[in-house]
Design a binder for this molecule. Structure first.
Ligand SMILES: C[S@@+](CC[C@H](N)C(=O)[O-])C[C@H]1O[C@@H](n2cnc3c(N)ncnc32)[C@H](O)[C@@H]1O
Length: 247
């Protein structure tokens, strides 16, 4: 059945809705993502990973791993003795992640995939040296971001670091107007061309404009006991939160 926009504004944050959205998009996500961000998305992922002092042999958890878009950057750092754990609830996205895991360039790496809601995660306490969240914040409301921050705090080892990045609405007025026009008008058309359903990609624009940037999320992360700061990429077209758990 074709994807339908929900009636209420809060139901866009229901896990079942988000899971369905990404299952629907999984066929085209990687291509659309590269085209619609003019190649910036990969650069931002690399910057997000490189905020962390990842050492060979460490354990990195990639929450909302999607199809493993950050894995190249993580695996370069952890090397063959490290471990990468990817978590996502979309069977569609994980199917591609699993295919990627079997590619030759990941043959020497230990990559585990878990299909679960990150807000009801089962990873052991204090098991991760680093946690990454790449483009996974926008589909959460404030309560859920609060839960996510607690989950990151739970799974990080003392002194462990995390880095999150999200597409954001830039502050400069002209850039912001162009950006919102692009999200609301252009991306749905590209979605219609590639996917045959503009509604699916229009939803991403709605999530991004509602999310705005990582400023509010950073405060919620601090409330959860994590010391952190916000980061900005390319005039604020993406923003991040980088920090660590106390020792
Ligand atoms: C925009 S994609 C980002 C994928 C990838 N990290 C990247 O850099 O492109 C967001 C991913 O988060 C997943 N996701 C969203 N909410 C989730 C949740 N509560 N639990 C697990 N996965 C979730 C979606 O299934 C989707 O694969």
């Amino acid at each position: 059945m074709a994807f339908q926009k929900p009636e209420s504004s809060q139901s866009i944050y229901e896990p079942e809705f988000v899971e369905k959205l990404f299952n629907e998009m999984s066929l085209t996500y990687e291509r659309m993502n590269t085209i619609t961000s003019f190649g910036f998305s990969n650069r931002w992922r690399r910057q997000c990973v490189f905020e962390l002092a990842i050492q060979p042999g460490q354990v990195v958890v990639d929450l909302m791993t999607g199809m493993g878009e950050t894995w190249d950057y993580i695996c370069q750092r952890i090397g063959p003795d490290g471990m990468l754990i990817g978590v996502d609830f979309s069977a569609g996205m994980l199917q591609y992640a699993d295919q990627k895991r079997q590619r030759k360039r990941f043959a020497q790496h230990t990559i585990h995939l878990y299909k679960q809601n990150v807000l009801a995660g089962t990873l052991p306490d204090q098991s991760a040296d680093h946690v990454i969240v790449s483009f996974g914040l926008k589909t959460f409301n404030s309560d859920q971001i609060n839960q996510l921050a607690q989950e990151i705090n739970r799974i990080l080892k003392p002194g462990g670091q995390f880095s999150c990045i999200e597409v954001s609405v830039p502050r400069p007025t002209l850039l912001r107007a162009l950006y919102i026009f692009y999200l609301r008008r252009v991306i749905p058309v590209l979605g219609a061309v590639f996917l045959g359903n503009p509604e699916t990609y229009r939803m991403l624009g709605i999530y991004c404009t509602e999310f705005k940037n990582t400023q509010q999320a950073q405060q919620l992360f601090q409330k959860a006991g994590l010391s952190c700061r916000t980061t900005r990429y390319f005039f604020g077209c993406a923003s991040g939160i980088v920090g660590k758990k106390s020792i």
